[in-house]
Design a protein around this ligand. Sequence first.
Ligand code: LMR
Length: 395
Amino acid sequence: MLNALKPQAEDKIVRMMAMFRDDPRRDKIDLGVGVYKDASGLTPIMRAVKTAEQQLWMAETTKTYTALAGDPGFHAVMTDLILGDAVPRDRVAAAATTGGTGAVHHALELIRMASPLARVWVSNPTWPNHLSIIDHIGVAQSNYRYFDSDSCAVDFAAMMADLEQVRGGDVVLLHGCCHNPTGANLTLPEWQAVADLLQRKGAVPLIDLAYQGFGDGLAEDSAATQLLAAQLPELMIAASCSKNFGIYRERTGILITISPDTATSRLAQGALAHLNRQNFSFPPDHGARLVTMVLSDPALRTDWQAELEAVRLSMIKLRMALADALRAETGSDRFGFIAQHRGMFSRLGLDEAAVETLRQDHAIYMIGDSRMNIAGLNAATVPVVAAAVARVLGR
Ligand code: LMR
């Protein structure tokens, strides 16, 4: 039976992780997968998370199951963190999922269950796994233009022109902040225009919020989500705690739905629990419990927010340093956008051959579309990367 399986296309981010791991060069630089690294190249456990973990180890008396949709305390703190007071809670349903990816997967299954003919619109480009999960679940998909490769900025006019094709009941997948892979983001007035368009079309936003706190700030990064949630009758949010709590391997995420009324919200809550049961039964709890503890304890929360803010500011500093170094190396402002972009990534606008040369000749790893993980840099590697990019470009 198993020999009938077809070889699977490799995920390019996962492939890059393996190539980096297997590269014996000691001076190799990893700007591939979206994992935060501090100045010494480590992905630390955040202080508040470690403290919560110690407290949990002492206090936890059982490992029996939580609720099928996960701990309601986790739903409550995450809903507060993401939505503030934008929506009454009787319109909100939620389920803990296996990471933000699990939430995206569930959202697409929910779409297929509720509206099998719905079309999902994704930005071009988007996180590659969005495309493969959509394909795997078997939902129809269309692209909307998003990024202008010449200016390395959002092409908002093209995006809006494409979204004019959206039909009532279609779903539009949006990156709530810190667009992956480009790092180019909408302004709040642009988000307002998107909200108005979706409302006029009767379309449903699915917001992927994987980097809250990594862009303009914890509250600022949920502003677009809150704007859409306050205005539209229906919305889905797939949120991840991997990055902003640094708990990647704990696989902690949540799918939140907002329904037009309480009765629909109850249906959504039932469907979310059902999806958990069908896919993996009860969700993992350890990471979700740590997040709940950190967000519910004022001292832990303050410390977490301070550390997250330091992480965010360190990435902005690296952005500015790299933009400056590239300006000096190339004698042009071509890479000035890096300082304007926000989040973990920027797409440099290099072709695949240049990315490959960076890897082969300079042991610098980024994704083939020239997406760079800014957090993979440090003060010592910024000049190395800038010089290598200039060299590859023949400057
Ligand atoms: C990324 O885009 O690098 C992250 O979201 C990690 C992943 O799983 O791809």
